[in-house]
Design a protein around this ligand. Structure first.
Ligand code: 13P
Length: 250
């Protein structure tokens, strides 16, 4: 079975609305590739102008976070229906920066994942180990725990459309990419876990990205691995290099 690759940029806390539109325009002719799904996950304030700027192109827009309640007194938060109405197709949930700096735990993330699906937005669910955990040899135990908790009560039909991003924390923003073998090993472990929790068909359908210092020179090798279905790209998504990653197969 062949899964369609999904290359997503995570802009993190970068680009004002006018800078965001300028970046979309700069990348416009570089990110054409009919064979892959292309997503820009942008800061909340950039969503409306970026949705407008990508109109008529192959690029979908994602959010970097959302809250699980429908609406109400949650100052500073953004609800899934608001994102949906603005034209958002994907939402990053459980990025390690949100887990670490903003103390998001798996109980909260599980509620967010369910709400995203309920609202017709595809979660890009992040998981990944610290350097200490890797050195202790508990990488897969940790990731299994994260995924099992985050997907509690999520149906097989939903998981078939889910995107999981494996992002080793030690590789994020460090220039230290996981080797293609290391990344493949964990992505395969995640797929095996999905088969265990659901069934083979669900495991075959779920898309698993690698993220962590992915760039134009290492993308092709990572994306050639059988269980790596795409990339979640930070730093390199803000540069023309992103176009080279999207066109890794050309
Ligand atoms: P870098 O590509 O900058 O390492 O960031 C990866 C990441 O965190 C994507 O979500």
């Amino acid at each position: 079975m062949s899964r369609r690759k999904i290359i997503a940029g995570n802009w993190k806390m970068n680009k004002s609305p006018s800078e965001a539109v300028a970046l979309v325009n700069e990348l416009k002719d570089l990110v054409n590739n009919d064979e892959v799904d292309v997503v820009y996950c942008v800061p909340a304030i950039d969503i409306v102008p970026v949705v407008e700027a990508v109109k008529g192109s192959n690029v979908a827009v994602g959010a970097e976070n959302m809250y699980f309640e429908e609406s109400g007194a949650y100052t500073g938060e953004i609800a899934a229906p608001m994102l949906k109405d603005a034209g958002v197709k994907y939402v990053i949930l459980g990025h390690s920066e949100r887990r670490d700096y903003f103390k998001e735990d798996d109980v909260l993330l599980n509620k967010k994942v369910k709400k995203a699906f309920e609202s017709g937005i595809t979660p890009i669910l992040c998981c990944g180990e610290s350097l200490e955990q890797r050195e202790l040899g508990v990488t897969m135990d940790w990731i299994r725990l994260q995924i099992k908790s985050d997907l509690d009560g999520v149906t097989a039909e939903q998981v078939k459309t889910l995107v999981i991003a494996y992002e080793p924390i030690w590789a994020i923003g460090t220039g230290k990419t996981a080797t293609a073998e290391q990344a493949q090993e964990v992505c395969k472990g995640i797929r095996d876990l999905i088969a265990e929790m659901y069934d083979e068909a669900t495991a075959e359908a779920v898309r698993i990205q690698y993220g962590g210092s992915m760039n134009a020179s290492n993308a092709a090798e990572l994306l050639a691995k059988p269980d790596i279905d795409g990339g979640l790209i930070g730093g390199a998504s803000l540069k023309p290099d992103f176009g080279k990653i999207v066109n890794y197969n050309k």
